[in-house]
Design a protein around this ligand. Structure first.
Ligand SMILES: [Zn+2]
Ligand SMILES: [Zn+2]
Length: 371
């Protein structure tokens, strides 16, 4: 029975390789047996279609022979879906390209140990990154601060210094992997039997173990601990800013490098101020008389109270600048207008209170003034 591979992938006869690849990915996602509404038969069918259409040569043959493609290929080595079966051989052109599959298989690529195990190895041994949200006060963001946080994370074992061996124990060849650092097992999958190469869990790929594992970390070289960390908050950091502390993430196992710590900064609001880049904005209410005759008033700033001169005849909505009373400029924040360490300005917008509940006498005087 012949199959319409174009129809299976839902592409036209003139589809480009790119379109075919995309269509295949979509189908594979849709029908992947691991998914809730997956369909193994359809998944295999899509794979089969892609094996042919995704390969220029096979596609040309398929186009030419049409329905008799399978017979034409019967003795020619093309084995359709069977090509999947010897993953371990992985000979050029015969098997599916893992890159084509992209993330369809999720972690399977690593499970198989593709890429010589290099990627898998660093991934399993290097400590993970940690992401933590850190809430700070408005003023701490303006001026910078030092904070101490508590973090439950993996740290290098101080007893064995991270190598997992009880001090004084002898080095031995790992019995689990015979010193190879890898174990190979055969796994049955929907694609047939596959050789799965994995890093030896007993020696973490080193091929050697110690006669006695460290009693504190049980040979892992690291253990969880509640640690106090001093954090320097740079002046000028804004809401959503991230502080990266290299090597302060989870410790790696068996002496592998640690991950990084990312602190996501959340700046608390201050009801008095609005931050706009390096500048701070605020409103202040003055009386009609102050606006008309002028005055010297106190204005709340991040530096405390500052005197501001209101000139005679100030209109409502006028802004006054308190130079250098804004936020410290932080480098690399992307908006221009300041050297690092230099402070922005504070802009005070004056709003005039219209008098309410006037006495009869006050009203008469106002009328007399007629301004
Ligand atoms: Zn230890
Ligand atoms: Zn081993």
């Amino acid at each position: 029975m012949s199959k319409d591979y174009y129809n299976i992938l839902g592409v036209s006869k003139g589809a480009s390789q790119d379109e075919i690849k995309k269509a295949f990915r979509k189908k594979a996602h849709q029908f992947h047996p691991d998914k809730k509404n997956g369909d193994e038969a359809k998944f295999k069918e899509a794979n089969e279609a892609y094996q042919v259409l995704g390969n220029e040569k096979k596609r040309a043959q398929y186009d030419q022979f049409g329905s008799s493609f399978e017979q034409a290929q019967a003795g020619g080595g093309f084995s359709g879906f069977d090509g999947f079966r010897d993953f371990s051989g992985f000979s050029e052109g015969q098997n599916i390209n893992m890159e084509d599959l992209g993330d369809i298989f999720g972690g399977i690529g690593d499970m198989f140990g593709f890429g010589g195990g290099g990627r898998g190895r660093t991934r399993t041994r290097k400590g993970a990154d940690i992401q933590v949200a850190l809430v700070i006060d408005f003023n701490d963001a303006v001026f910078g601060a030092e904070k101490e946080i508590k973090l439950n994370k993996t740290v290098v074992c101080d007893k064995c210094k991270g190598n997992g061996a009880e001090p004084g124990s002898k080095i031995e060849i790992c019995k689990t992997c015979n010193g190879k650092g890898q174990t190979v097992r055969v796994q049955r999958t929907i694609l047939g039997n596959m050789q799965v190469r994995a890093e030896c869990s007993d020696c973490a790929g080193e091929g050697k173990t110690y006669s006695q594992k460290c009693t504190k970390c049980h040979g892992m070289g690291a253990h969880k601990e509640l640690v106090n960390l001093k954090i320097k908050i740079p002046a000028g950091i804004d809401n959503g800013g991230v502080i990266r502390l290299t090597g302060q993430g989870e410790a790696g196992l068996k002496g592998a490098p640690a991950g990084d710590l990312y602190l996501q900064i959340q700046v608390k609001k201050d009801p008095r101020f609005i931050r706009e880049g390096d500048n701070i904005l605020s409103d202040i209410f003055i009386s009609f008389t102050q606006a008309a005759l002028g005055d010297k008033i106190d204005v709340d700033t991040v530096d405390g109270l500052v005197k501001l001169k209101i000139p005679e005849g100030t209109q409502s909505g006028t802004s006054f600048m308190l130079r250098g009373k804004g936020v410290t400029h932080i480098q690399g924040r992307g908006h221009f207008g300041g050297a690092q360490g230099k402070r922005g300005d504070h802009l005070v917008k004056v709003k005039i209170k219209t008098p309410k509940g006037l006495s009869r006498k006050q009203k008469e005087i106002l009328k007399e003034l007629n301004v």
